[in-house]
Design a protein around this ligand. Sequence first.
Ligand SMILES: [Zn+2]
Length: 182
Amino acid sequence: MERNDPVKILGEIRMTNPDFSKDAFIENSKSDLINLYKYACNGNLKDIELSYSKQLIKKVTENPDLYRISKNFDVMNILYINLNDYKENTAKYIQLYVSVYFFDDVDNNIIKNDDIDKFWNDIWLVTYKREDNDEILKCSNCGATMEKDEENNLLKCEYCRTEKYFNFGTQDWILDDVEVVK
Ligand SMILES: [Zn+2]
């Protein structure tokens, strides 16, 4: 992927979105990445589908090894994250470069200090500006309007009890792609 000048990128984003906060955006993207792995490792990807693109959910479901999805996943430490680029000269997409340290099983790491149990990846995150928010509050199970639980980043349906992870901090942005570099 090409890299552009981050200062120029932020200037262009703020032309269409004056309240855009780089730090808040990075923090929210970090939560989205951590939750993607947390839910994927528990096999509950459909509970988070509102904050992620369909293509990303499909890729993670079909390629668990590529994304290092494991039942024993315990901790993800994000060492470094930066807003570097956005795609196709439009603020519709924003890319972030992330360094991540995973621990599959903390107890085993301490005892064995085994490279199998911990690993480090550099990855690209691509976030996508959502065009339309109107459909989001509709329950995918029964069609009722879901209630916002902003404290827990959840949308809840009081009729059928469906719950979905939803990142209110970046509700206009969804994680569109994750590309593992190394
Ligand atoms: Zn419902």
